[in-house]
Ligand binder design. Structure first.
Ligand SMILES: Cc1cc2nc3c(=O)[nH]c(=O)nc-3n(C[C@H](O)[C@H](O)[C@H](O)COP(=O)(O)OP(=O)(O)OC[C@H]3O[C@@H](n4cnc5c(N)ncnc54)[C@H](O)[C@@H]3O)c2cc1C
Length: 309
């Protein structure tokens, strides 16, 4: 892992920086590239314009590691309101949330109740709820939680991270559930005991796991979503799917708002299923630091805003 990436991931967890950086105007200015706004209304407007291009959306209300159950309850209620809004606007929009945002650090049972209420409301409108994957301290608990939720709700999906050694085993264990899996590379600072260190190893594992998942979903064992902006990997997977006779409408890519926009449009025009994950909310600091860490050149963009405004 590069020094800059390590430093940015360290900063994402630093309490002083969490408190202070969000007040800096030039950082807020630079943030606009990755977020249409802090309010759900901003996300809804963005979703409408993606819909015109045959691109669906996924909403995430930023927040993680809440420290009071009341906050967890508020976060869950917010998603219920958002689902109503999605239904009213007839948007092709799913939601994605972090378990620690709805109480995972505090009470697993309350988290399950919060999650179940959201999943049930989403099911009533034919919608899917995705569970983000957080740092490796949560991996096993999140997978167990998903297994329990999947037993009760058919409309739930789980994010898995290709940088973890364990993910291949996890996929094998989950396949009997016909899971919806969004495969990503992984965004947290992880020790070498649990995660591949080199980008080439992560990329190789990503390709291997996505091929396994695509084959399984072609056989009717679940839904596979490829969460990546890596153009080489996307091209490889397009080739693989064509070779395997997987229809373009069964190949689904999700990308983040503001990243590889031209590729998002190209994939949609080519007939693939494309979703853009839109994050909004006030608690953006740790999430934004992880985005900077993914491409340290983004820091130059932030600095440019410091000197220009
Ligand atoms: C839909 C979606 C959901 C996700 N959910 C989770 C989750 O639940 N848990 C989790 O750990 N991670 C999640 N991630 C983040 C993921 O783990 C990676 O950190 C992130 O996607 C970067 O990896 P990459 O596959 O794009 O490949 P990379 O090799 O990192 O990037 C490929 C290219 O994409 C561009 N790019 C990538 N990131 C950025 C950026 N931040 N800014 C500008 N350009 C960029 C660059 O041109 C880069 O060369 C999610 C990602 C997506 C797309």
């Amino acid at each position: 892992m590069g020094i800059m990436r390590t430093a940015l991931l360290w900063a994402s967890e630093n309490p002083w920086m969490r408190r202070n950086v969000p007040r800096w105007g030039f950082v807020r200015q630079a943030l606009k590239r990755f977020m249409p706004g802090e309010d759900v209304a901003d996300a809804v407007e963005a979703a409408k314009s993606f819909r015109e291009r045959d691109i669906s959306t996924i909403f995430t209300h930023l927040g993680e590691n809440v420290t009071h159950l009341s906050e967890a309850g508020e976060a869950a209620k917010h998603y219920l309101v958002v689902l109503d809004w999605i239904a009213a606007e007839k948007l092709p929009t799913e939601i994605s949330l972090k378990l620690t945002q709805i109480g995972f650090d505090l009470s697993e049972e309350q988290t399950y109740r919060n999650f179940s209420a959201i999943a049930a409301r989403a099911a009533s409108m034919g919608n899917t709820v995705w569970i983000d994957m957080e740092g490796s301290a949560y991996t096993q608990r999140t997978i167990d939680f998903y297994g329990r939720a999947r037993g009760e709700h058919s409309n739930v999906g789980l994010c898995l991270q290709a940088y973890l050694y364990r993910t291949e085993q996890d996929i094998a264990g989950l396949l009997p559930l016909s899971p919806a899996i969004r495969l990503v590379k992984g965004a947290y600072r992880e020790p070498k005991e649990v995660a591949f260190e080199k980008k080439s190893q992560v990329d190789e594992n990503y390709l291997k796991l996505s091929r396994q998942l695509l084959k399984a979903s072609r056989e009717g064992r679940g839904r596979t979503v490829l969460g990546t902006h890596d153009l080489k990997i996307i091209a490889e997977l397009e080739k693989f799917a064509a070779g395997e006779g997987i229809d373009r409408q069964r190949l689904e890519f999700h990308l983040l708002y503001g990243i590889k926009t031209a590729e998002q449009r190209r994939l949609a025009r080519a007939g693939y299923r494309v979703g853009v994950l839109i994050s909004y909310g006030e608690f953006w600091y740790p999430w934004y630091m992880r985005r900077l860490a993914e491409r340290p050149a983004n820091v130059l963009f932030v600095l440019k805003n410091m000197f220009s405004g």
